[in-house]
Design a protein around this ligand. Structure first.
Ligand code: NAP
Length: 302
């Protein structure tokens, strides 16, 4: 019987594991893919205190090693079910069933789809959701980024160093990204912003060869020849596994306040998967620490 099972392996989970280990609790992390979560797909992180500039994979690896220093263990297993039996929580993976007193849900979020025809068919054939992973395939090519948030702007800046030309397609007449990133975007010569527009069609036979864009103000349709399109329009919570276990809001985020407590005693939600205003590595890490404080109190009383 474990004290705590942490499901997920991103910054929130890794911080919870570090704090759990340091508090002398027996914690197990279960991660289906790789440690680090979404930061692994981030080229540069420049707003995590203590690191002026660090790549996402380096930060993830540092956090992972730090958690391991305090004795926390990670297993690469996908959780397929969670069962509650009184105070005991059973976590079922493809290969094992584990028992625990506390569960910390930290499954994060996954990129949103645009929701247009042929998006799935052309994924990996010109359509991508990860500029850091796939940018290298577009050396000296023409690409488009869809979105106007921090992810889209960072992706565009990253791609501008690889591709010949980068279009950024923004559905409004302003960006949501932070001002410092916006400034860099506006100052980059091979980036062109197409305002008030959305992608309405993906062109090409075997591979993407272009996109149709529609101006949201005058309805004008244009076709752009591009070799790749990077979708960066936000993310959806990976909460499918727990939709019948804990309360979710209408967008699928697990309802939990700053204490990270869900509506089920002994189950906490941390990082991007929980309802919150600001989703950053820093706020995810903070949740990880807070949840262990709550978990310790729960364990004392049970
Ligand atoms: P986001 O902040 O939600 O921005 C999504 C962007 O995509 C917005 O410009 C939005 O437009 C646009 N959009 C949404 N749905 C769309 C659709 N169907 N078609 C076209 N455009 C659409 O998402 P994000 O950029 O992935 O960032 C998520 C969170 O992570 C944010 O809190 C962000 O600050 C954080 N983040 C931080 C960093 C950093 O600090 N270094 C880096 C990456 C992400 P509207 O503005 O019109 O809604």
């Amino acid at each position: 019987m474990k004290d705590i099972i942490i499901i997920g392996g991103g910054p929130a989970a890794l911080t919870a594991a570090l704090y759990a280990g340091r508090a002398g609790l027996d914690a197990l992390m279960l991660e289906k893919q790789y440690e680090g979560g979404q930061i692994v797909t981030t080229n540069e992180v420049e707003n995590y205190p203590g690191f002026r500039s660090i790549t996402g994979p380096e930060l993830a690896n540092t956090m992972y090693e730090h958690a391991k220093d305090f004795g926390s263990i990670m297993k690469y297993e996908e959780v397929i079910d969670i069962k509650i039996d009184g105070d005991i929580k059973k976590v079922v993976t493809g290969v094992n069933t584990y028992e625990s007193k506390v569960i910390i849900l930290s499954m994060g979020a996954k990129p949103k789809k645009i929701g247009i025809d042929r998006e799935e068919e052309l994924t990996g054939k010109g359509v991508s959701y990860c500029a850091t992973c796939d940018g290298g395939f577009f050396r000296k090519k023409i690409v488009a980024v869809i979105g106007g948030g921090d992810t889209a702007v960072e992706d565009a800046l990253h791609l501008s160093r690889i591709a010949e030309k980068v279009y950024v397609i923004v559905r409004r007449d302003s960006l949501r990204a932070n001002k410092s990133a916006q400034k860099k975007l506006f100052e980059t010569d091979n980036i062109e912003i197409i305002w008030n527009s959305g992608v309405t069609k993906l062109n090409g036979e075997e591979r993407l060869s272009g996109i149709e864009i529609k101006n949201n103000k005058d309805g004008k349709i244009d076709n752009l020849e591009v070799n790749g399109v990077f979708v960066a329009i936000g993310s959806d919570p990976s909460s499918e596994l727990v939709k019948d276990l804990v309360a979710l809001d209408k967008n699928g985020y697990i309802i939990a306040d700053e204490s990270c407590k869900t509506n089920v005693d002994g189950i906490f939600a941390i990082g991007d998967i929980r309802t919150k205003e600001v989703r950053q590595v820093l706020t995810a890490a903070a949740d990880g620490a807070v949840s262990i404080y709550g978990a310790e109190k729960y364990l004392i009383n049970h």
